[in-house]
Design a binder for this molecule. Sequence first.
Ligand code: UDP
Ligand code: MG
Length: 329
Amino acid sequence: MTAVPRLSIVVPFFNEALNVDVFFDRLLPVLDSLQLDWEAVCIDDGSRDDTMTRLIDRHRLDGRIKVLGLSRNFGKERALSAGLAHATGDVVIPIDADLQHPPEVIPEMLAKWREGYDVVYAVRQQRTGQGVIGRLQAKAFYWLFDKLSEVPLPREVGDFRLLDRKVVDVINAMPERTRFMKGIFAWVGFRQTGIPYTQEERQFGHSSWGLMKLIAFAFEGLVAFSDYPLRVWALIGSVISGFAFFYIVVRLVRTMVYGIDVPGYESIIVTILFLGGVQLITLGILGHYLGRVFNEVKGRPLFIVREKYGIDGAPAVSTDPDRVSARLP
Ligand code: UDP
Ligand code: MG
């Protein structure tokens, strides 16, 4: 690998009009101090404010700032996938547009890359702007994910990280439609290391993650990286059957010793309700995986590009002819 790599910064923007200028005013000095070839691939993820026009203005000022406008809001994970597919550098660094990821960490990441690491992720030192409950939720999620998934997720690590070209190529070649990036980044392996950073407050606007969206996201992640929720019902079923068998013996003996007595309505209703509930949960989980298979089989493009500025060539997404690629005329 070259000691002076070409660097691609990948930035997803969704309704970040106020952040565009502050973001570049802080990013550009850092990039210029590095004295290497860089590009910033900005993805406008279907913003409804004038993020796109501001990005285009920035592109006109500096051609190294490249802009990709998606046809609608696809969500951060897919916006990132779009950025990774269009980034051309030897090293690629996804970063948030709201300045929660300080660009000043980039030189440290590059230093680690020069030491031979393929992935350098930034580890959040403290969570700002999040209450006790939020923290507990995050803890619970990581605990569950570690228990259920085949790959451990490094704690307090988001999408802010350096990726070597070979890692980006692997991720681009992954056909799955469910882009749980945290999981994918961990799953690919390679030589990974972390460096600490302090997460800052959002500059303008507010986070687009509500509580429900976060819970849904965590659930998606679990389901995408583990089939344990599918298999656990066999275990639960056996335990319940064990109890049921024991109970049958108890009832039989009771009936033989004391004769038949009518009471027992509660135990029947409780058992029926409980088992009905368990069966519905099982069906729900099955349905969720089936829905997932349905989405994968449809093989729709991960994202649709509406317009490009400064970006030429087709994206490096899956070229399997049977799958629709994200390529548009
Ligand atoms: N983002 C995006 N599409 C979305 C939501 C968010 O591209 O549908 C971008 C957003 O503009 C920002 C980054 O993803 O650059 C992180 O979003 P946010 O700050 O809302 O998330 P948080 O920091 O709370 O995880
Ligand atoms: Mg943010």
